[in-house]
Design a protein around this ligand. Structure first.
Ligand SMILES: Cc1cc2nc3c(=O)[nH]c(=O)nc-3n(C[C@H](O)[C@H](O)[C@H](O)COP(=O)(O)OP(=O)(O)OC[C@H]3O[C@@H](n4cnc5c(N)ncnc54)[C@H](O)[C@@H]3O)c2cc1C
Length: 235
């Protein structure tokens, strides 16, 4: 087992939890260290499928890779403890030094290079996990097209990586960080990208839990944006 070259590996990896960071009251990052001979080549936005022991077998729970492909031997996943959730409760029960088995990388909700257009990222709660490396890749690519992040969460404490996004906004004039704690994402998106102008060249990347994701996708596509320009991942 060695480097994946981006092709998903079905034989599970076994990584060790090197560090755990509490990011919000119910949200933790787990840093998964692969054995020295292994690395996971992935594209920003992809996920791993964690194998959660259950009744002598494995249940599968996907988690987006929140870290950068430039560090393929140490992967960060960031998740919230879901009430009565089996997989998240199992991972939250683990401490530093425990093993986590997973396959991957998987997924087509990716950004390898910023398209020649303004890019708007829309995240809800932990849905920011895949968007973080996508945004970093877009920022690192240079270019002049604007980048925006609309990030909705139930409280200011749930805006994950806030310092990092604020710092990026200060150092990259083309990047705008728009956290949203009180207010409606569909309202903000409607005002800013459907009513304000006739520009329909933007690309959108949407990620979150449940109905909000298709709601935003449909709003934008019905509003005149091309299907392929509105990418999404619904958890
Ligand atoms: C491609 C993909 C990538 C994902 N990446 C992440 C990630 O980076 N971080 C992360 O926290 N989750 C992520 N998820 C969700 C994750 O796989 C699990 O569904 C989640 O942790 C709940 O699993 P559970 O076994 O604890 O609860 P379950 O009992 O399996 O799920 C209970 C309910 O919780 C809902 N749910 C799913 N995710 C969440 C959530 N985050 N918050 C609240 N409710 C949720 C489900 O729709 C389900 O109805 C991803 C899902 C997919 C499909």
């Amino acid at each position: 087992m060695g480097e994946t070259d981006g092709a998903p590996q079905r034989v599970p990896f076994s990584a060790t939890i090197e560090r755990i960071v509490q990011r919000a009251p119910d949200t933790r990052s787990f840093f998964l260290r692969l054995p020295a001979s292994q690395r996971l080549a992935f594209i920003p936005g992809q996920f791993i499928s964690c194998l959660i022991p259950q009744n002598g077998g494995d249940a599968v729970r996907p988690y987006s890779i929140a870290s950068n492909p430039e560090e393929p031997e140490l992967l960060e996943i960031c998740l919230n403890l879901v009430p009565s959730g089996f997989g998240s409760a199992y991972l939250f029960s683990l401490g530093v030094g425990a093993s986590v088995r997973f396959t991957g990388p998987w997924g087509t909700f990716t950004l390898d290079r910023q398209p020649a257009a303004e890019c708007v990222f829309i995240a809800e709660s932990t849905g920011v996990a895949p968007i973080r490396p996508m945004l970093r890749r877009a920022l690192a690519g240079g270019g002049a097209f604007p980048l925006r992040l609309h990030y909705a969460a139930p409280s200011a404490a749930h805006i994950l990586y806030a310092d990092e996004f604020e710092h990026a906004a200060r150092t990259h004039p083309r990047f705008t960080f728009a956290p949203l704690v009180d207010g409606s994402l569909p309202d903000v998106i409607t005002r800013q990208y459907l009513q304000r102008d006739e520009d329909r060249a933007r690309h959108f990347y949407i990620c979150g839990v449940g109905a909000i994701v298709p709601t935003l996708r449909d709003l934008l596509r019905r509003g005149g944006y091309e299907r392929r320009a509105v990418q999404y991942e619904k958890w």
